[in-house]
Design a protein around this ligand. Structure first.
Ligand code: FES
Length: 122
């Protein structure tokens, strides 16, 4: 798993490893924000905004995980889980979030601005 260790991020616990089943999107609600976490068959965890960037986009949590991609359930867009990049011929970007695992605890990193927006920092 790519781990972005950044001192400036605020990490919040979003669950334990057993909460995340392979290839099943798990929705995490933080105030008005919805994030989806996917666990790939190689054991990696990825967090993204739970919304396809398609202009009529639906929740990515209902997408099909294939390798390190999720296929948008409505329009069949293929989105890289690690970068949030929509694959050609379509284009777009989904916000991704760094995750870290400490023991069994899964934690998600928020930038200072994101943490403030969620009322988690000053
Ligand atoms: S990054 Fe693990 S298989 Fe692609």
């Amino acid at each position: 798993m790519t781990t972005h260790i950044n001192q400036d991020l605020t990490y919040i616990k979003i669950g334990t490893l057993e909460d995340f089943r392979e290839r099943m999107g798990r929705v995490i609600r933080l105030k008005q924000k919805e994030i989806v976490v996917f666990r790939t068959t190689d054991g990696n965890l990825y967090a993204l905004d739970n919304r396809s960037p398609h202009r009529k986009g639906g929740p990515l949590a209902e997408g099909i995980v294939s390798g390190h991609f999720v296929l948008d359930p409505l329009y069949d867009w293929k989105i890289a889980l690690d970068s949030g990049q929509v694959q050609a011929p379509d284009s777009g970007l989904v916000q991704t979030y760094p995750l870290k695992v400490e023991g069994e605890s899964v934690q998600m990193g928020l930038s200072p601005q994101q943490a403030r927006q969620l009322g988690l920092a000053h």
